[in-house]
Design a protein around this ligand. Structure first.
Ligand SMILES: [Zn+2]
Length: 175
């Protein structure tokens, strides 16, 4: 397992675009509760965890973080066409023949392609869920047969909710 600033990198979204928006924890008001990409090294750890090895430096982390916010909103609204608009608005002016894309843009394009493939497929769209854990807000594709997956992962939010329910029950009994 890879670690970023001591936090394990958990890939639970099932799709690249969802794992990318899960590089922050989100409040119920769509604010960032906890940022995992605090610097370029964090992003590089994350890319390595996905086996997206690269040699070029990332230069525009802030741009990728803005892109992440837009992408999350689009996935929540299930608007596939807007993802295409964002991809079109990415500045590929440096992409002369024979000159490779700036690495940030290649990554953004790769992630956008993943988002488009989710949002252009009705079955995929319908299976996108948001973890209801406190200050989590992670997105994932529910690939269980009965569509009963609730949590990003049982080890984190699922167990926390179970512990909270247990605490509430024992507290009620004592009262
Ligand atoms: Zn969660």
């Amino acid at each position: 397992m890879s670690y970023s600033q001591g936090h394990p990198i958990r890939l639970v979204g099932g799709r690249l675009a969802l794992d990318f928006v899960n590089t922050a924890d989100w409040t119920s008001g769509d604010e960032i509760a906890h940022e995992k990409l605090t610097n370029v090294a964090d992003l590089e750890h994350w890319l390595r965890a996905l086996s997206l090895e690269h040699t070029e430096p990332v230069t525009d982390l802030a741009g990728l973080i803005d892109f992440r916010y837009m992408l999350r909103q689009l996935v929540l609204k299930r608007t596939g066409n807007d993802v295409l608009n964002i991809v079109q608005s990415l500045d590929f002016s440096a992409a002369d023949p024979g000159v490779s894309l700036p690495f940030d843009q290649s990554i953004a394009a790769l992630i956008a392609a993943s988002a488009v493939s989710i949002l252009s497929d009705k079955r995929e769209q319908e299976r996108i869920k948001m973890c209801p854990g406190d200050n989590c807000g992670w997105l994932f594709v529910d690939e269980t047969k009965n569509g009963r997956r609730t949590w990003c992962s049982m080890e984190s939010c699922g167990n926390r909710a179970k512990a909270a329910r247990h605490y509430a029950r024992t507290r009620d009994k004592r009262a």
